[in-house]
Design a protein around this ligand. Structure first.
Ligand code: GDP
Ligand code: MG
Length: 166
């Protein structure tokens, strides 16, 4: 058995960068799959010896703050319902924003397994944001740099006990 990981969070935190790093060239042709729109990209992920399906909540890029409670919420809820585990990503350089709190709320109510990740944490600029992430009450954050490939070992360690359940 394998499991499905959904990467969720507000636009521009680095979800697609992590998705691309996990999937490489193994991108599924989601257009061919009934019920999956281009707003959710699905791929076959590989992280060390773990193999799993990863979902990227794409299509949020043009969402304005006004529609945050609507389209973004629905899309995120769909991804959460498809997933065994959610990776909730915030931007360590920005810290916790009001939008992040909306996502945290969805995940607390709806997701069985949540891994909190503070991305863009390379260098010193992310330190304060990582500490802020503790206030979300979703467990200890993982420091990630999707762009530089840092923190993937911590992601692996967080995924292992979940992978063993499936
Ligand atoms: P998404 O909207 O959440 O899918 O975010 P993207 O993956 O499209 O990334 C948004 C921007 O953040 C892009 O310019 C990325 O190059 C940048 N980015 C992603 N990951 C990192 C990271 O680890 N560090 C830094 N500094 N920038 C990143
Ligand atoms: Mg994206």
């Amino acid at each position: 058995m394998s499991f499905t990981l959904a990467i969720v969070g507000r636009p521009n935190v680095g979800k697609s960068t992590l998705f691309n790093r996990l999937v490489g060239k193994r991108l599924a042709l989601v257009d061919d799959q009934p019920g999956v729109t281009r707003d959710l990209r699905e791929g076959a992920a590989k992280l060390a010896d773990l193999r799993f399906t990863v979902i990227d909540t794409a299509g949020l890029e043009e969402v304005t703050d006004d529609s945050l409670q609507g389209r973004m919420r629905r899309l995120t809820e769909r991804a959460v319902d498809m997933a065994d585990v959610c990776l909730f990503m915030i931007d360590a350089r920005v810290g916790v924003t009001p939008s992040d709190l909306v996502f945290a709320d969805i995940l607390r109510k709806r997701a069985a397994n949540v891994i909190l990740a503070a991305n863009k944490a390379e260098g010193k600029a992310g330190v304060a944001g990582v500490l802020e992430a503790y206030s979300l009450g979703l467990g200890d954050p993982i420091s990630l740099s999707a762009e530089h490939g840092e923190g993937l070992h911590d992601l692996y360690t967080a995924l292992l006990p979940i992978a063993e359940k499936f």
